[in-house]
Write a new protein. Structure first.
Length: 155
C-alpha cells in the first residue's frame, strides 16, 4: 500500500469522525472512521516500517487531539445544548392544601407520575403501584417533601 493511499485512509477516517460528531448522530459513521484510522496506521507500520508508522501514528494522534481541543475551545458544542427553559415545577406544598386521605381525579395517566386534581387544585402526584389511566378516582396516601403519593380507589 502506498503512502498516499494510507494518508487518504486516515483523512477519510478523520472526516467520517467529524461528520459523526457534527452532522449525523449515531455510531456507525464514527466507528467506520475509527476503523479507517486504525487500518491506515496499521498499514503504515506493516508496509512502510516502524519509523514511518510511528510518524503516521503520532501525526494522526496530534491532528485528532488538536481538532478536539479546538472544538471544545471555540464553543462548537454550544449548538448542541438545549436553550429551552424548563417550565415545569415541583409541588410547593406550602401553597397546596392536600392532606393524607383527600380524594381526587387523575387528569393525566400516571406512569407512575402524572397530574391529578385534588381539592380543586392541579398537582403532580406519584402512583403507589402500577399504571393508572386518566379520569380515575384516587386517594392521597402519603406526603413526603414536595411529593404526593396516591392510590387508585375502586368505586
Amino acid at each position: 500500500m502506498t503512502l498516499s493511499l494510507i494518508i487518504a485512509l486516515i483523512l477519510v477516517g478523520i472526516i467520517l469522525i467529524l461528520i459523526e460528531i457534527f452532522i449525523t448522530p449515531g455510531f456507525i459513521v464514527g466507528a467506520i472512521g475509527f476503523i479507517l484510522l486504525g487500518i491506515g496506521v496499521y498499514e503504515g507500520y506493516s508496509t512502510l516500517g516502524s519509523s514511518t508508522g510511528n510518524v503516521i501514528l503520532i501525526s494522526t494522534s496530534v491532528f485528532v487531539a488538536i481538532a478536539l481541543f479546538l472544538s471544545f475551545r471555540d464553543g462548537a458544542w454550544n449548538r448542541f445544548a438545549s436553550k429551552d427553559t424548563i417550565i415545569g415545577k415541583a409541588n410547593n406544598l406550602d401553597q397546596i392544601n392536600v392532606n393524607v386521605g383527600d380524594t381526587g381525579i387523575t387528569i393525566s395517566a400516571l406512569r407512575p407520575t402524572g397530574t391529578a386534581s385534588i381539592n380543586d387544585q392541579k398537582v403532580e402526584v406519584i402512583a403507589d403501584g402500577d399504571f393508572i389511566p386518566a379520569n380515575q378516582t384516587i386517594e392521597v396516601v402519603q406526603r413526603i417533601d414536595h411529593k404526593i403519593f396516591i392510590k387508585k380507589i375502586n368505586i
